[in-house]
Design a binder for this molecule. Structure first.
Ligand code: SAM
Length: 245
């Protein structure tokens, strides 16, 4: 299945390389742009996710597509210094920014930073209590492979959490949101980050990602029990959770 990528159609194999380039080129502006485009709301969503997780220091955490460390830092803040937290991302540039931020916080040794693909994680079977992936799953080339690998690395009793852009549930709001994302976001990307194509890609990837119920179905197909979702800001984003028994 070929996918629209900026100006052209690309194969799944090409997508992985292009996604890499997108995040290598936005790594330094990534945090600023997140705040700018979501008016800071992504911080509240991430806080909400970590409140739902209720992290404890005796749990093993894996944050996939963890990029610049936003989720890992929140887990660390709640669970304390002696918590096992691995941040995995396909892009070493994003991890570099994350590591710099950890050093600035005085948390230099508190995380394992691992380069790896969500579809074939360099993580042993049944070794993780809590798997998180925030705004990462839509960038993965084969979502079902990533879900299957999440299931593999979780311990029995472990939990899966995905936070991702989803489908706006209010028709009126949806129209405003679509207009904003299609015309305004690439424009902001062009002006602020000097990179229209990367932000055009982000908008396209949001539109193509499976809506709430479909993602639940695919989680169940990967083996997860009790798959459910919680909408954030009328479904602009959603948190999906599932259990491995
Ligand atoms: N989780 C962070 C957050 O919420 O701010 C970063 C999200 S950022 C939008 C998406 C991240 O997914 C990028 O850091 C990118 O390198 C990473 N990524 C894309 N494809 C991936 C894959 N197949 N496996 C692991 N990480 C991937």
């Amino acid at each position: 299945e070929r996918e629209w990528f900026g100006e052209r159609h690309v194969s799944p194999e090409e997508k992985t390389g292009l996604v890499h380039d997108v995040f290598a080129s936005v790594a330094d502006s990534y945090d600023v742009m997140n705040d700018f485009m979501s008016a800071g709301v992504h911080r509240l969503w991430k806080d909400r996710l970590v409140r739902m997780i209720r992290p404890r220091s005796d749990q093993v955490f894996l944050d996939v597509a963890g990029g610049t460390g936003d989720i890992a830092f929140r887990i660390r803040a709640k669970a304390g210094p002696d918590t096992a937290i691995t941040v995995c991302d396909i892009n070493p540039e994003m991890l570099r920014v994350g590591r710099d931020r950890a050093i600035n916080r005085g948390w230099m040794d508190d995380f394992d930073w691992v380069t790896g693909n969500a579809e074939c994680l360099p993580i042993p079977d049944a070794s993780v209590d809590v798997y998180t992936i925030a705004f990462g799953l839509r960038n993965v080339t084969h979502i079902d492979r990533a879900l299957a690998d999440a299931y593999r690395v979780l311990k029995p009793g472990g939990r899966f959490y995905c936070m991702e852009f989803s489908r706006v549930t209010e028709p009126m709001l949806r129209r405003i949101y679509d207009a904003y994302s299609y015309s305004v976001i690439p424009k902001i990307g062009e002006i602020v980050a000097k990179d229209r194509d990367s932000y055009q890609y982000l908008v396209e990837s949001i539109r193509k990602f499976p809506p709430q119920r479909e993602l639940e179905t695919r989680m169940r197909a990967a083996g997860f029990d009790r798959a459910r979702h919680t909408n954030l800001s009328f479904g602009i984003a959603a948190i999906h959770e599932g259990w491995k028994y």
